[in-house]
Design a protein around this ligand. Structure first.
Ligand SMILES: Nc1ccn([C@@H]2O[C@H](COP(=O)(O)OP(=O)(O)OP(=O)(O)O)[C@@H](O)[C@H]2O)c(=O)n1
Ligand SMILES: C[C@](O)(CO)[C@H](O)COP(=O)(O)O
Length: 235
């Protein structure tokens, strides 16, 4: 793939506590095929020829990071101990921390540390589709199941038409200055795209696939292991 002249940086929010995983360790450090889960995520991003540098946003008190050897990634990987109370805070703190190393028009790909099965083609498809886009966009997958709206007694109140509904993933790719301004003015956003939407803009949906899952619950760790071991079959 032609390397874009505009630079692309990755920011990896990795300062969460993983409460839904119900594990002693923050889930980003749980063992996945003998390596900390986060190493798979960082390896996928650092191996990409279209990403110039990977910044991983760790919690200020992260005790785990320094127990591992990250030297194989060289200077392509930069840890930032500036995680915040929410994922959006962590991303914004990361953007502020790299202000001197980026230009306003650089692209930023925000990717969850908790998505270790990111494949090269996911990154390449996203960058190819968005590199000349006015706004940017996200990897996402069309909803496949029928969706039900629950009432307060967990009975079905309604069936939600799934036409046009997509499940958001990461990376989410926006220009540095647009994303920083959007997150500085947004309130209670779940992802970068919703901050951009709050500015009245419409990010593009780039089709991914379910293998780029977010490890949220214990079962997800086993699914991620299977995906990484059966990458060819799974794609
Ligand atoms: N204050 C936070 C919260 C989350 N994250 C990161 O955002 C990503 C996606 O969030 P999620 O899956 O919700 O992770 P956790 O918040 O750790 O999980 P939980 O909601 O179960 O506590 C994860 O890589 C997580 O480390 C972060 O950097 N800073
Ligand atoms: C950003 C994200 O992965 C898109 O699906 C998701 O919103 C993260 O949500 P979480 O609650 O922080 O896991």
């Amino acid at each position: 793939m032609r390397i874009p002249t505009t630079r692309c940086f990755a920011i990896v929010p990795a300062a969460g506590s993983g409460s839904r995983m119900r594990s002693e360790q923050p889930k980003q450090y749980l063992s996945l095929l003998g390596q900390p889960l986060i190493r798979h995520t960082l390896a996928a991003l650092c191996a990409s020829p279209v990403i110039d540098r990977v910044y991983v946003v760790l919690s200020v008190g992260d005790q785990e990071w320094d127990r591992h050897d990250w030297t194989s990634f060289g200077n392509r990987l930069v840890p930032l101990f500036c995680g915040g109370a929410s994922r959006a805070d962590s991303v914004l703190n990361g953007l502020r921390a790299i202000a001197d190393d980026t230009s306003e028009s650089d692209w930023v790909l925000v990717h969850d540390a908790a998505r270790p099965c990111l494949a090269p083609w996911h990154i390449e498809n996203l960058v190819r589709e968005l590199i000349h886009d006015e706004v940017g966009g996200i990897l996402a997958v069309p909803v496949a199941d029928t969706l039900k709206q629950a009432d307060s007694h967990q009975h079905i109140a309604a069936t939600v038409p799934r036409d046009g509904l997509w499940q958001a993933q990461t990376p989410q790719m926006f220009r540095y200055v647009m994303l920083k301004r959007a997150l500085e003015s947004a309130r209670n956003v779940t992802d970068e795209a919703s901050a951009i939407e709050a500015m009245g803009l419409r990010p593009r949906l780039v089709r991914g696939d379910p293998t780029n899952l977010k490890v949220t619950y214990p079962l997800d760790l086993h699914l991620a292991e299977w995906i990484l071991q059966h990458r060819e079959e799974a794609s």
